[in-house]
Design a protein around this ligand. Structure first.
Ligand code: MTE
Length: 304
């Protein structure tokens, strides 16, 4: 099989079923994985492997095929179908808000000082599927420190590119564009929080958030915003896309929590994409030892 461009007819086991017409989360988008590479990926060298789980990664064809990227459409695989105009290069990022060194930076400026690491992380989507992905990236903390956030910076907000020419799903107001996410400053500075530029040893495919995205492994996947163009330090809790759309269903924190169900479905178990067996979902997606202290004393059913 040509690894560079294959449309997988392979249906991930356990994902077969009827596709839903309703397009918001909860419709477990049972479409088949569509593992297309729209833009040439380059090999990346990671200098070390850190914080990795001891589990076999999801098959790459599934991880790059079974994707959510609403900027291209609400169905799994829409980025692969409608992403041919998307250009991850050249790319710029704006850094602004409560920091001493705001500015407009090229992707090269952003990436240059950071040695790349491989991190094999669990990913748990709020829709109940899960994956294990070998990301390539570097700690978000190392990037944020370069801009010298001030003491007023309590949160970090992120935005995805808004350009309906490149991202045709943005012609429909399914969410208020641009897609926005945010973290509390201590979450953003946590060593597990990653800026990913690659996966499976190569640069990110368009559908997984090229050229750079966030990865927060203990939170539901929607926090891990793709194709970032702006990072904003803020004193106030930032507006985030899913919370804005359905605040009773998607909280700002979105920590993976099997004990707190989504109003429309249970979060107790998950379906590993490409696997046969469902399994129990773990508190903080298995990262409780590393991150539970960040939420000490908080009622996690209230701050979900
Ligand atoms: N980022 C943007 N900009 N737009 C999106 O639609 N989907 C989110 C998240 N980041 C999304 C996004 C959701 S719902 C999930 S589960 C993860 O990306 C999926 O990442 P993956 O497709 O690389 O597995």
């Amino acid at each position: 099989m040509n690894r560079r461009r294959f449309i997988a007819g392979m249906t991930a086991a356990g994902l077969t079923g009827t596709a839903s017409a309703f397009s918001f989360f909860g419709l477990f988008g049972d479409d088949e994985p569509t593992a297309v590479e729209l833009y040439p990926r380059r090999p990346l060298k990671a200098s070390r492997r850190a914080f990795s789980v001891d589990e076999s990664p999801t098959d790459e064809a599934d991880a790059i095929g079974y994707t959510n990227f609403y900027e291209f459409g609400t169905e799994k695989g829409d980025a692969q179908r409608y992403g041919e105009r998307f250009k991850p290069e050249p790319w710029r990022l704006t850094i602004d808000g409560e920091c001493e060194r705001p500015g407009d930076y090229t992707l090269e400026d952003i990436l240059k000082p950071h040695p790349l690491e491989e991190r094999i992380y669990r990913l748990r989507c709020v829709e109940t599927w899960s994956m294990v992905i070998p990301w390539v990236g570097f700690p978000l903390a190392d990037l944020l420190k370069r801009f010298a956030p001030t003491s007023r910076a309590k949160y970090v907000a992120f935005e995805t590119l808004y350009d309906p020419e490149q991202m045709p799903g943005q012609r429909r107001a399914v969410v208020e564009w641009p897609y926005r996410e945010g973290l509390r400053m201590d979450e953003a500075m946590h060593p597990l929080t990653l800026i990913a530029v690659g996966m499976y040893g190569e640069t990110l495919p368009v559908q997984n958030g090229a050229p750079l995205r966030l990865v927060v492994p203990w939170k539901y996947g929607f926090k891990s915003i793709k194709s970032i163009v702006r990072i904003h330090f803020s004193e106030k809790l930032p507006v985030t896309t899913w919370n804005q759309l359905q605040p009773d269903e998607y909280g700002f924190y979105a920590n993976v929590n099997p004990a707190v169900d989504h109003p429309r479905w249970s979060q107790a178990r998950e379906r590993p994409v490409g696997g046969w067996r469902r399994r129990d979902t773990l508190p903080f997606n298995g990262y409780a030892e590393e991150v539970a202290h960040l939420y000490h004393g908080m009622d996690l059913a209230k701050y979900f």
